[in-house]
Design a protein. Sequence first.
Length: 187
Amino acid sequence: MSKIVDIDSRRSDSYRFESMMEALAIDIAESVDDDHIRARVGQVEYLGEKLKHAGIPIVTPIGGHAVFLDARRILPSIPQQQFPAQALTAAIYLESGVRCMERGAVSAGRDKTTGKNHMPALELVRLAIPRRVYTQAHMDVTAESVIRVAENAEQIRGLRFVYEPDVLRFFQARFECIQRNANSFGD
């Protein structure tokens, strides 16, 4: 019985490998197809324009793979030491389940000598749009969520680390709100 299972598992691995290679070939072909690229960039532009039209501060020109929100302008009351981009990222996720990425002080890390956080000039939130995943309706839901969060920006509180790993802190760190308020995002 175990020999049959072993043969079947090898066959299964072979099929998985072939399937992965086929998917990779399709992915490479699509990544250089002008129509596919235009559609992808168009999807990102659609989201960016929708946010701009609603008055959401974004980085322009709009990129080909993502829209970047200006967290400092959306959350002017949160000082950089309280990680406004991370706070905005968390608020968007809590509002709608939309996952985005902080690109600010948390991502910049700490100075190895002083231990102080690097404070980059920008505090951004990246709304990356993977290829072949989202529809126009997903872009609408994302825009509506970001707009709702921005309209309630005064409810968002700054954050502090409760756990900070030595490496990849922007993936593994844990935070808590600095000022708890029953009406704030994150409570």
